[in-house]
Structure formats: C-alpha cells, structure tokens
Design a protein around this ligand. Structure first.
Ligand SMILES: Cc1ncc(COP(=O)(O)O)c(C=O)c1O
Length: 438
C-alpha cells in the first residue's frame, strides 16, 4: 500500500503526462518559475523538466504518469506526518462537516480554542499568547510587529543565510539570497542588520560582535534567528549561540524571536530547538508542519512581550480573514496529537543520527564535503557547486527520490522526510545517493 514503499519508475522522467501538464502550467504561472528552471538547467548542464504530482500518501508520491517516488522533501519539510496523514485527514473531514470559517477575531470557534491552548503550553511559563496565521511569513510578520510594539524600536538583527519568508515583513530580514529582497528594497524595513551565522565554535565571536554592536545602536527591537539554519543549508550552530543571543537581548531590552518554522515540532528532534538549546525565546514562530499539510502558522509569545498588544486600547490589531480558520486549527490539533502520541520528535532524533552516520559511510570518497543536521533535517553538502548538486538531484529523481537543493551557494541536498518514515527507505536512499554521486 502506498505510504512506505520503495521507488518504482517505469519510464522516462518526466513522462508524457507530466510533460504536458507542466507545459500548460508554465504558460499560466508566474514566469519566474520557468526562468529559474531554465537557469538551473544551464547551470547543471542537463534538463530540469518537472514532474507533476497526482496523488500521495505517507512518504510516497505518484506522478501524473504513475511513477512512484519517495518524498524526502515532504512539502519543504511541512509534512511531518507524511502526505494525507490519516489522523489529520479524519480531523479535516470532521471539521469540514461542521464549520469552515468562524469570524476571525470577532467570534472564535472551539477548534481555534483547542489549538491556542495547546500552543500556549509549548512555552514553559504561564500566560503565553498566540496569534495565528496561514503561512510562515505571517507568523514572522506577527513576531516583528510584536517586537516593534513591545520595544518601540523598528530595527532587526537577522542572519546571513537566514530565511523567514518572502512577504514584505520577513523579506527585509532575508539573509538567504540578497537577490530575493533587492528589487523591493525601497518597500522594505531599512533598519535591518545582518550578522554572520556561526557554523562552528570559533566563529561565534564575529557573529556576536555584529549583534552586540547593532543592539548598542539603540534602534533594534528584535533579534530574529533560526535555531538551526534550514533553507540556508542545515547549519547547526555551536551550543553557546542561542544562550549568547538570549543574554545579548536581555542586556539590550530586545525581543528574541526564534523562527522555528523549520526546526520546530519535532523536525530537529525536539519540540522546540530553542528550548533544547536551553533558551526561552520571547516569541516562537511555527508554521510549515503545524497543520500537517494544511496552511496554518503561529506566533507564540511570552506574556510580557505580548502584553504590548493589549496596551493600545484595541486600536492596534493584527488579523486577516483566514487567520484562525477552524479547518486549519483542527488539522493542527490533530497533527500535534499525532506527533505526541507517536513520540515523533524523539524518533526523529534517533533516526536522523543513524541516517547521517549511514550517509557519511555510503558517500565517503564520492565528493561530499559534509553531512550535517539534527533530527530529520539533514544537509549533504556536495563538492563541485550548485551545478553538480542539481545534476545529482536530477539523477535521484530519475531513480524515484525527491530531494531539493538548499544552502546559500545551492550546493546542499536538503533532506526533510516525514518524521515517521520507515528507516529502510532512509537506508535505501543512502545507497541511491552513492550511485547518483558516481
Ligand atoms: C525558517 C523559515 N521561516 C519562515 C519560512 C516562511 O514560511 P512560508 O513559506 O510558509 O511563508 C520558511 C519557509 O521555508 C522557513 O524555512
């Protein structure tokens, strides 16, 4: 049964049905998608024609031609429970028969209450408050507004390689690719300072210097950080990094925002990577996996900073038509329950350690610079740059393995499978990767 099966590709990739659908898509979606694909094809020296998904379950995807893949990208890490997770599907079906939309911040719903009560419990002190959104970028926007309200300061310290979404609030703090923000610079927050993201012990100094210098300027209200860089290439910082940021924020009266949209809810082997690092952030942003595939995100803040939202006599609010919609809330509650019931954060930690060891073993001597990560967010940095990395991705796709590239140079295979993936599939992938690197 579809879910935890090995790949089965029975023709060219893409097949004729995918090709036909993809060319129709290219004619109607933003030209940036096709332009990027063409650039990648030129970079890798091979075709980058896409497949089109038709159906999926668990870790498996079927394309429009019936080829079966193992999905190690899992919706850019969002499918913590795999595709069409039964518990989430049941919750969605039940909610779909009862209530789709309440009335935002005017009249709520039981589904929203259930989610907020659960999310508030993620903060290890009483009084946490939650603002929901639909995307990760929504949660970051809410966090940045919170820091401005709580401190009265517009400035942000963000990190090179960091990615927080592409709507205008988070885009100003996008250290992943300056080209994402530069054409829009005139529309963005101009008070953003980028610090280097530390990848190893000795590199903590320069990062902290930039952070403390920026905080000393007096106009910075927030330090926005991913506890482990996700899209930036699965970079794990030294253990002292987050505690040092906590200390710097406390000294300057700035808000520490942990962007756990990638790392959170078990992906990095813990419910929250910031707590695992010994730090209670002022605001934690969650998204991606929260809805088990449904679009819902959250900005969860400590009582002290969130109180700023109540201090304006109700004249300042942050809301949108679909924020807190019961369908997304029901999916999120079911996702959190399934993660807890299955002990999936712990499982991800163990499975990730075993997988990384296996990947190191199988790729030794085959042009891999590093295998790194935490839990089931694993990066394989490839020697030879983005072109070779794309070519490896392509070869893997042709053999039924879906992976994406990441890292600021585009030379990292970024692997984020469902947290309950069968470890036999992970082992099989290590062999497939060895082959694709040859
Ligand atoms: C760490 C992090 N923050 C924020 C976002 C933005 O989330 P979304 O794409 O849902 O807006 C992403 C997306 O990849 C992310 O990885």
């Amino acid at each position: 049964m579809l879910g935890q099966l090995l790949p089965e590709v029975h023709g060219p990739v893409p097949g004729p049905h995918s090709s036909e659908l993809a060319s129709r898509l290219a004619a109607v979606e933003s030209p940036s998608v096709d332009a990027r694909r063409a650039a990648r094809a030129a970079q890798s020296g091979g075709a980058m024609a896409p497949i089109v998904y038709a159906q999926a379950a668990g870790a498996n995807v079927l394309d429009a031609d019936g080829n079966r893949y193992v999905d190690l990208a899992a919706g850019f890490g969002a499918l913590l429970l795999g595709h069409v997770a039964p518990g989430v599907r049941a919750a969605l079906e039940a909610q779909a028969g009862a209530l789709w939309l309440a009335l935002g911040d005017v009249y709520g719903s039981g589904a929203k209450l259930a989610l907020l009560e659960r999310l508030a419990r993620l903060v290890p002190e009483p009084g946490a408050r939650v603002m929901l959104g639909a995307s990760g970028a929504d949660a970051i926007t809410a966090a940045l507004k919170t820091s401005a309200l709580a401190t009265g300061k517009p400035g942000i310290v963000a990190f090179e390689g960091g990615y927080h979404g592409l709507s205008h609030g988070p885009l100003a703090a996008c250290g992943f690719k300056p080209s994402f923000r530069e054409p829009f610079a005139g529309q963005l927050n101009a008070h953003v300072v980028f610090a280097p993201y530390p990848a190893a012990g000795p590199e903590l100094g320069p990062a902290l210097q930039v952070v403390t210098r920026a905080l000393a300027r007096g106009d910075v209200g927030a330090v926005l950080v991913e506890p482990i860089l996700g899209r930036g290439g699965c970079v794990v910082p030294p253990p002292s990094f987050l505690p040092a940021l906590r200390e710097a924020c406390d000294a300057a009266g700035a808000v520490l925002v942990a962007d756990e949209i990638w790392t959170g809810l078990g992906r990095s082997g813990a419910w929250l990577a910031s707590l695992e690092a010994g730090v209670v952030a002022d605001v934690v942003c969650l998204g991606k996996g929260l809805g088990g595939g449904a679009p819902v995100s959250a900005c969860v803040g400590r009582a002290g900073v969130m109180a700023a939202w109540g201090a304006h006599g109700g004249t300042t609010i942050h809301t949108a038509t679909h924020f807190g919609a019961p369908l997304g809330c029901a999916a999120a509650v079911a996702t959190l329950e399934a993660l807890e019931r299955g002990g999936l954060p712990d499982r991800a930690r163990g499975a990730g350690e075993r997988w990384m060891a296996r990947l190191r073993e199988r790729t030794a001597g085959r042009g891999v610079r590093e295998v790194r990560g935490r839990g089931l967010m694993v990066g394989v940095e490839i020697e030879g740059g983005a072109g070779r990395t794309l070519a490896v991705t392509r070869r893997l796709l042709e053999h039924g393995w879906i992976v994406v590239t990441g890292g600021v140079r585009g030379d990292v295979l970024t692997l984020t499978p469902p947290l309950d993936i069968d470890e036999a599939l992970l082992d099989a992938f290590a062999g497939a990767l060895a082959g694709a690197l040859s």
